[in-house]
Design a protein around this ligand. Structure first.
Ligand SMILES: *Cc1c(COP(=O)(O)O)cnc(C)c1O
Length: 484
């Protein structure tokens, strides 16, 4: 009879191979500065991934060699200190090792009486402490803030309409439900409203001021107009760190308004909420402790490897009421493995769930919250350093105030949008640095989001030198453009 188990025939050989794989990844992180941030995938590499389903085995050593040659060099590069695009965390070696431990354990953290669930509960308690939420608050790991924002809409809906909304949907509401956020809010808010079945038309995107913070007076007026028209305002989504410029809404004012208007206040703190770890940033987030729910990621400013999103809800009972389902095969007991109710699966749509809590728990344990806070401070200091360098350079122009760690600027030139777009692509292809782009007041700008704990002044200097060189190359002065 052929053996059906997938365990190795030779554990010693597996062990030696495993150690080589671990060494390779430690080398990768140790020597990452010597690599390009990113490189384009050559066509002959891309086709390697179009092969048919392999029916026969291949040696692990050969598959690992393929990973090293064909996959690792062509990743997005967010572990690299020159990566400044979008909002990506850098990860840590500790997080990587925690992933290995979690992979070996292969715990399904949907529920049951097991210590991995206690590890997740420990992180929930830590987050209650960090955000000054009450002991009755609940929390749950999810893939990322996009899903956490979606779940918050569902919790707010059940909190408003009661559990009959789970059976009858929004039909039970007398009056159309409306949601409020700012024009600078992340796209996942509109998507969450859409996925919840409310329809994008029920979302009001309120204007922002010059600092990209929601206009509170316009918000109050929009709520009033909807009420006057017989609609039912129920949810306000504030931003704590907008994706374009890192703006933080006036959370205290929004909490007061939400209280007056009986709205659920949800804070999208995807990357900014971790600013609570820094004594310098935390005061800027004042009012976040008054929210009904907060969505955030450990995988951005928290430097935990992807993915590790989180939803924290002030009233754990309301959170559970939105998701818990009675199913015979999920029956809870007072003793044995089926004990320990409520389970993480009672707080979200996922039943089977990985052990994301371990890499987060281990990151906090090993580094401590103060050191993580210092890396957040450092990225804000680097943003100021970059801003000062931009203002000191005649060819460069700062395009938005620097709120936290995001710097929007451009190279001054006639065809500014297309030139700056090309400068960014030139930088990506050079492998020196990887900022991204966004649009501010109709202008395409270069956007450097400093999130990675490995980034230093040296990386900022290299990026700026490369921007100026690419700009000078792309933007010929007028007397060179054949005007004569
Ligand atoms: C990144 C981000 C999101 C989405 O989070 P994911 O973890 O990518 O799903 C939502 N809002 C803001 C402000 C973000 O920066």
């Amino acid at each position: 009879m052929t053996r059906a188990s997938l365990d190795p025939d030779n554990w010693d050989a597996l062990r030696a191979q495993g150690h080589r794989m671990l060494d390779d990844m430690i080398d990768y992180l140790e020597q990452i500065r010597e690599r390009p941030v990113w490189q384009a995938i050559p066509a002959d590499k891309r086709v390697l991934f179009e092969q048919a389903l392999p029916s026969q085995p291949t040696d692990l050593a050969a598959v690992h060699a393929s990973f090293m040659a064909d996959i690792l060099p062509y990743a997005v590069g967010n572990a690299h200190p020159g990566f400044m695009g979008w909002v990506h965390g850098g990860g840590t070696a500790v997080g990587m090792l925690a992933e290995m431990l979690a992979g070996g354990l292969n715990a399904n953290v949907g529920g049951r009486d097991q210590m991995p669930v206690e590890v997740e509960r420990q992180v929930v308690r830590w987050m209650r402490e960090l955000f000054q939420f009450p002991a009755s608050a609940s929390g749950v790991f999810v893939t990322g803030t996009s899903i956490a924002n979606f779940m918050a809409v569902l919790v707010a809906r059940v909190a408003l309409l009661g559990s009959s909304a789970r059976g009858q949907g929004v039909r039970v509401s007398d009056g159309e439900l409306t949601v409020y956020t700012s024009a600078a809010a992340h796209g996942s808010i509109a998507q969450a409203v859409e996925m919840a079945g409310l329809g994008r038309a029920s979302l009001r995107k309120i204007g922002v001021d010059g600092r990209q913070q929601i206009d509170v007076a316009a918000l109050a007026a929009a709520i009033g107009a909807d009420r006057a028209a017989g609609r039912r305002p129920f949810l306000l989504v504030a931003s704590a760190g907008t994706v374009d410029v890192g703006a933080i809404d006036d959370l205290r004012a929004l909490a007061a308004l939400a209280q007056r208007e009986s709205l659920w206040l949800h804070v999208d703190g995807a990357y900014g909420a971790m600013g609570m770890l820094s004594p310098h940033i935390a005061p800027r987030l004042a009012g976040i402790e008054l929210a009904d729910s907060i969505a955030f990621d450990f995988h951005k400013w928290g430097q935990v490897p992807y993915d590790a999103g989180f939803l924290l809800v002030r009233d754990g009972a309301q959170h559970q009421a939105a998701f818990a389902s009675p199913a015979a095969y999920l029956a809870r007991e007072t003793r044995g493995l089926a004990g320990g109710s409520p389970w993480p699966c009672d707080f979200g749509p996922d039943l089977s769930r990985g052990f994301r809590a371990l890499k987060t728990w281990m990151t906090f344990k090993v580094y401590g919250s103060e050191r993580l806070g210092r890396s957040i401070d450092q990225s804000c200091r680097l943003a100021q350093y970059l801003g000062a360098a931009i203002e000191a350079h005649a060819a460069l122009e700062l395009m938005a105030p620097i709120s936290l760690n995001i710097v929007c600027f451009r190279y001054r030139c006639g065809q500014a949008d297309s030139i700056n777009r090309q400068i960014v692509a030139d930088l990506h292809e050079s492998g020196i640095a990887a900022p991204s782009t966004t649009t501010i007041a109709g202008a395409l700008v270069i956007r450097a989001a400093l999130v990675n704990h490995r980034t230093s002044e040296h990386d900022i200097d290299r990026m700026l030198v490369a921007v100026v060189a690419a700009g000078a190359r792309r933007c010929a002065p007028p007397d060179h453009q054949g005007i004569a």
